[in-house]
Design a protein around this ligand. Structure first.
Ligand SMILES: C[S@@+](CC[C@H](N)C(=O)[O-])C[C@H]1O[C@@H](n2cnc3c(N)ncnc32)[C@H](O)[C@@H]1O
Length: 291
């Protein structure tokens, strides 16, 4: 991914950083407002912003800590930078486990958002693979990552992110709630946790609740409602049979793209995986099939 700012301030599973140029080809040519209800690391929003989209923006996710991170960077970036630059956040293994344990203490629930989000960013930069994973009690449980000298406070990017978010509406809500007021001409990008193509193919534990087949069906229904309303809808998902069946409506266009993904059964650990981009509008690029 490029080093241009603003860019995601967290590494996030399923992040779209590698696919931006491909996805970009399928954006609608023109639209009014932008909705991203499965925000995650926000790679697509930041990309759009860097392309000079300055319209109204609605960003949301059900991960509460993630949403507080966006709100804190938007509203209190100076305080957050000062906190992150303090001696507390050093990338040493002992320090890491001390900071990771903060959410096991009863007083954690009263901690202010600056400290809470500084910890989140610190753990994301120093934990194994930059994963975000919590146990059933909502406690962060990824081990130390042993990186040499990770950048813990990327001040330039945090300030650029803060600026990009100035007028954004940022909420912790379910995707269905997030798009209920979307209107004709608005653009919605759905990047839900993917439907697994096999039982173990994808990591989807962003929250304790998970995202199963019923959720995929509900998402397809919401997609259909937005289509009827005249919204422009783009969705990324896996090429699982369920997804192909749910979006078989002849008015939708489905393109197959190749994504680089970690694959557990591949000895080299990485490979190309076919993914789907589903949309309900025309673009200048009719088919950019790279199979
Ligand atoms: C594949 S990730 C999005 C990745 C993002 N596009 C990026 O580039 O980083 C999916 C996100 O959906 C969120 N999510 C899961 N279930 C949800 C729901 N019911 N409503 C809204 N967001 C949800 C997860 O917390 C996670 O951040």
């Amino acid at each position: 991914m490029s080093n241009e700012v603003p860019r995601p301030f967290l590494k996030w599973a399923g992040g779209k950083g590698q696919l931006l140029n491909t996805i970009d080809d399928y954006f609608p040519i023109q639209f009014n407002r932008y909705f991203e209800p499965f925000l995650g690391g926000g790679a697509v929003f930041f990309h759009l912003y860097r392309q000079d989209f300055k319209g109204e923006v609605f960003l949301s996710d059900v991960n509460e800590e993630l949403v507080i991170a966006y709100q804190t960077i938007r509203d209190s970036v100076d305080e957050l930078i000062i906190e992150l630059q303090s001696e507390t956040y050093r990338a040493k293994e002992k320090k890491f486990y001390e900071i990771r344990a903060w959410d096991r203490k009863p007083e954690w629930k009263d901690v202010d958002s600056i400290q809470r989000i500084a910890r989140m960013i610190y753990l994301n930069r120093t934990c194994y693979n930059g994963l975000y994973r919590v146990n059933k009690k909502g406690q962060f449980n990824v081990p130390f990552g042993k990186y040499d000298n990770p950048t813990i406070c990327d001040e330039v990017n945090l300030r650029a992110v803060s600026k990009a978010l100035t007028n954004a509406r940022i909420q912790c809500i379910d995707f269905g709630e997030a798009v209920k007021d979307a209107q004709k001409g608005d653009f919605i990008y759905f990047d839900s946790p993917y439907q697994p193509v096999s039982d173990t193919a994808y990591f989807t534990d962003y929250t304790a609740a998970g995202f199963g087949e019923d959720e995929q069906r509900r998402l397809a229904t919401v997609f259909g409602e937005l289509h009827k309303r005249g919204c422009l809808v783009l969705e990324s998902n896996s090429a699982a049979q369920l997804i192909q069946d749910l979006y078989s409506n002849k008015e939708y266009v489905i393109n197959t793209i190749q994504a680089k993904r970690a694959i557990s059964c591949d000895p080299k650990g990485r490979g190309n995986v076919a993914e789907l981009l589903i949309r309900n509008y025309e673009t200048t690029v009719q088919t950019r099939l790279v199979e």
